[in-house]
Design a protein around this ligand. Structure first.
Ligand code: 5GP
Length: 187
């Protein structure tokens, strides 16, 4: 679906799908340059489920570099909309990353809490390097101590949906990125 299909649920469309894909392709070209000749072994892309599915699909297909795709799922303890700040791994990697070059592929970074936890966890496994690519980044992320090397778009602090990002399981298949109208979560 595109934003026209759910226009009454959105207060604003931030980016159309093709614009997002062009920006992801630009980042892929930069990543190709940065990893050129770096290792005999393939780069490992680690996607964070479920939101990073679309960005992983677009990034990996734009890369000219060989890469393996791995997935992790992380959940925060607690219920409702507030995070307790305690995270746990629901699904772990299926490969050993010791000595390998790892690129974390994120959908969105808000507070950076999820990312900090993930990076500490991955670093403890002895990889050759760990870098981060995110499709979207919110202003709060500037307080996060993790250096994010590849950023698609810096966006406002609003709650957004589309391009893999959901609200209550919906809108992940929206090709565009839009701000969800608050009436959707107050009705
Ligand atoms: P952080 O730990 O950086 O605060 O939050 C990261 C996670 O929160 C993202 O992976 C995503 O699942 C969720 N998240 C943060 N902001 C948004 C948003 O605007 N929309 C949606 N759908 N999820 C978000």
């Amino acid at each position: 679906m595109d934003s026209a299909d759910v226009i009454s649920d959105l207060s604003r469309v931030l980016y159309q799908g093709p614009e997002i894909q062009r920006q992801i392709a630009r980042l892929a070209a930069q990543i190709d340059d940065d990893y050129a000749g770096l290792s005999e072994q393939d780069l490992i892309l680690v996607g964070v489920l479920n939101g990073a599915v679309m960005v992983m699909a677009d990034l990996s297909r734009s890369l000219k570099t060989h890469c393996q795709m791995e997935w992790m799922a992380i959940s925060s303890y607690g219920s409702g909309t507030t995070s307790s700040g305690v995270l746990r791994i629901l699904k772990d990697l299926s490969v050993d990353i010791a000595g390998r070059h790892v690129l974390v592929v994120e959908d969105i970074i808000d507070t950076g809490l999820t990312l900090s936890y993930l990076i500490d966890n991955l670093r403890s496994r002895g990889p050759a390097s760990v870098e981060v690519m995110t499709a979207f980044r919110k202003p709060e992320a500037s307080k996060c101590p993790v250096d994010v090397k590849y950023v698609g778009f810096d966006i406002p602090a609003d709650f957004v949906v589309g391009y893999g990002l959901d609200y209550a399981g919906r809108y992940r298949n929206l090709t565009d990125l839009g701000v969800l109208d608050p009436k959707v979560y107050t009705r």
